[in-house]
Design a protein around this ligand. Structure first.
Ligand code: NAD
Ligand code: DAU
Length: 336
C-alpha cells in the first residue's frame, strides 16, 4: 500500500510510521504534517533515510496540497489533530478547525479520488464520562470537552462521507496513550520530565479520575490491524483494559525514578473533568490484535527513554510551554 499519513510527525503517528515501514516492506509512506508545537520531525529520524518514506510540510486544511498527495496514495490514515484537552478548554477554535474541518478536507479528497481505506484515528473520549461498565462501539457519543466534541465532529463527518458517498471509512477509538516521543504536556511525560528535575507533579483535583493507559506500540499496532483487517464502515475501540488514577500514575513515576512522595502537588481541577473512560476491545481482538505492554512495564520503559533522550525533550520545555503551564496550573485555594 501507498499510505498518506496525516499528522505522522506527532507522537502516535510517528510510531505508526516507524511500525509500518519496518513491518510492511512493500509499503511506502508519505507524511503530511503542519509541525505545530506538538509535531516534531525528529520523531521521524529513524525512517528519514528510507526510500519508502517522504515528508511533506503542510496543513490538512489546505485542499490543494491534500488533493495532490491523496491522488498518489492508496489509503489515508488521519492522525492530524489538536490533541490536548486542557488547551481545548482555553482555545477551542483551532480544535474545530483541524479536527473537524481538516478531517472534512481529507474526506472530500478521498471522495473524489477513491481509496481502498480511509482510517480516522479517534479517541475513547468521544463516549464521554463512563461511570460504570465499558463503552462498546455502538454506544452513543457524549463528548464533554471541546477536544472530544471536535473529535466526535470529525467522526460524524466521516460517517456522513461513508453513508453519502461510500468512502471506505474505518474509525479507531484509542484510550490514553503514553511512551517515547510524547510531547511533555500529557500526564505521563510531564510527570517524568518534572520528576527528573525534582519539580512538583501537578495532580488535578482529588487525583481520582481514572484512565486506561495504553502503550504507544500497542496503539499503533491496533490501528495497523484495523486498517488492514477491519471492515469499512466499522469502528474499533483500542485500550489495554486497566484503570489507573492520577495518584497511581504519580506513584509509578516516582517509584521508577526513586524520587520522594513530597513531589506530588494537588492543583486546580480540569474544567468538566471526565472521571473515567473504559472501552470494550473485543471487536478489535476478534481481528487478532491484543495489547502487550502492562502499565508498570511501559512506565519503566518510558522513564528510561526520557532519561536517555533529554536532548529531545529539554528544548520543548521552554518559552510557550511555560506560558501555557503558568496559565493552566493553579495551586488549590487554601481551605477556608
Ligand atoms: P500529537 O499532538 O502528538 O500529534 C498531532 C500531530 O498532528 C502533530 O504532528 C501536529 O503537527 C499534526 N497536526 C496538527 N494540526 C495539523 C494540521 N492542521 N495539518 C497537518 N498536521 C497537523 O497527537 P497524538 O497524541 O499523537 O494523537 C494523534 C491522534 O490520535 C489524534 O488524532 C488524537 O486525537 C488521537 N488520539 C490520541 C491519544 C493520546 O492519548 N495521545 C489517544 C487516542 C487518540
Ligand atoms: O483517552 C484518550 C485521550 O487521552 C486522547 O484522546 C487525548 O488526545 C490525550 O491527551 C488523552 O487525554 P487525557 O485528558 O486523558 O490525557 P491527559 O494526560 O491530559 O490527562 C490524563 C489524566 O491525568 C486526566 O485525568 C487528567 C490528569 N492530569 C493531567 C495532566 C496533564 C493531571 O492530574 N495532571 C496533569 O498535569
Amino acid at each position: 500500500m501507498r499510505l498518506l499519513v496525516a499528522g505522522g510527525a506527532g507522537f502516535i503517528g510517528s510510531e505508526f510510521v516507524r511500525h509500518t515501514l519496518s513491518s510492511h516492506p512493500d509499503d511506502s509512506v508519505v507524511v503530511l504534517d503542519k509541525l505545530t508545537y506538538a509535531g516534531n520531525l525528529r520523531n521521524l529520524d529513524p525512517v528519514a533515510a528510507s526510500s519508502r518514506f517522504r515528508f511533506v510540510h503542510g496543513d490538512i486544511c489546505d485542499a490543494r496540497t491534500v488533493e495532490t498527495l491523496a491522488g498518489e496514495a492508496d489509503a489515508i490514515v488521519n492522525f492530524a489533530a489538536e490533541s490536548h484537552v486542557d488547551r481545548s478548554l482555553e482555545a477551542p477554535g483551532q480544535f474545530i478547525q483541524t479536527d473537524v474541518y481538516g478531517t472534512f478536507v481529507l474526506l472530500d479528497a478521498a471522495r473524489r479520488i477513491g481509496h481502498s481505506r480511509f482510517l480516522q484515528v479517534s479517541t475513547d473520549e468521544v463516549y464521554g464520562d463512563v461511570t460504570e461498565g465499558r463503552s462498546a462501539e455502538g454506544d452513543p457519543l457524549r463528548p464533554r470537552s471541546p477536544y472530544s466534541a471536535s473529535k466526535a465532529g470529525g467522526e460524524m463527518m466521516a460517517w456522513a462521507y461513508r453513508e453519502s458517498y461510500g468512502v471506505p471509512v474505518i474509525t479507531t477509538r484509542g484510550s490514553n496513550t503514553y511512551g517515547p516521543y510524547q510531547y511533555p504536556e500529557k500526564i505521563i511525560p510531564l510527570f517524568i520530565t518534572n520528576a527528573l528535575d525534582d519539580q512538583p507533579l501537578p495532580i488535578y483535583g482529588d487525583g481520582n479520575a481514572v484512565r486506561d493507559y495504553l502503550y504507544v506500540t500497542d496503539h499503533a499496532r491496533g490501528i495497523d490491524t484495523a486498517l488492514r483487517l477491519g471492515t469499512p464502515g466499522e469502528d474499533y475501540n483500542i485500550g489495554y483494559g486497566g484503570e489507573t488514577n492520577g495518584h497511581e500514575v504519580a506513584d509509578l513515576v516516582l517509584g521508577a525514578l526513586g524520587k520522594p512522595d513530597s513531589l506530588k502537588q494537588h492543583v486546580r481541577d480540569r474544567l468538566g473533568h471526565d472521571r473515567r473512560y473504559a472501552v470494550d476491545t473485543r471487536k478489535l481482538e476478534g481481528l487478532g490484535w491484543e495489547p502487550d505492554v502492562p502499565l508498570a512495564d511501559g512506565i519503566k520503559q518510558t522513564v528510561e527513554w526520557y532519561r536517555q533522550n533529554q536532548e529531545w525533550w529539554r528544548p520543548l520545555k521552554s518559552g510557550e510551554f511555560w506560558e501555557f503551564y503558568s496559565r493552566n496550573y493553579k495551586p488549590l485555594s487554601p481551605p477556608p
